[in-house]
Design a protein. Sequence first.
Length: 178
Amino acid sequence: NGGAPDPKNLRVKLVLLGDSGVGKSCIVLRFVRGQFDPTSKVTVGASFLSQTIALQDSTTVKFEIWDTAGQERYAALAPLYYRGAAVAVVVYDITSPDSFTKAQYWVKELQKHGNPDIVMALVGNKADLQEKREVPVQDGIDYAEKNGMFFIETSAKTADNINQLFEEIAKRLPRPPS
Ligand code: GDP
Ligand code: MG
């Protein structure tokens, strides 16, 4: 429509942040294409994908997903990446305490410099690797609660909680007045 946002059909920019290797690209590919490719290297294909989901109340949300590798290496570029984002998905790997520390860094960065209305989700990925777990689920829950974020553990490999992640984000989006 080119004018005011349509409250029934939202379009939102979503960025993924987190250490290299935590599974950001795999989460996106699982959500958008329903696939998991264990051999995929670094960031797969285009750095931009979109996916639309329908909610119970017959509204739709189109996620325009930015998945770049650059922010992992060049922190100075990150603000360009998350500028204008309505949603930030901060991902860590439940087998990597370092990646959990890094996720907390990204949350602070977004709190300081992100859009003040941004919806933030904290995601503990690779939940299929329970025997290698080094970040207790309660640590994720507690950190997210303190920071007003939605928290979920996912597995891009098994697809566990991937759709739920995006559905819960969609429900939390601020709605433009109708
Ligand atoms: P990115 O750098 O954050 O985009 O991470 P990638 O999506 O490229 O994934 C990094 C590595 O982790 C790849 O070898 C994936 O196969 C693997 N990986 C991603 N998600 C999962 C998952 O949920 N479970 C397991 N076991 N491996 C995963
Ligand atoms: Mg990637």
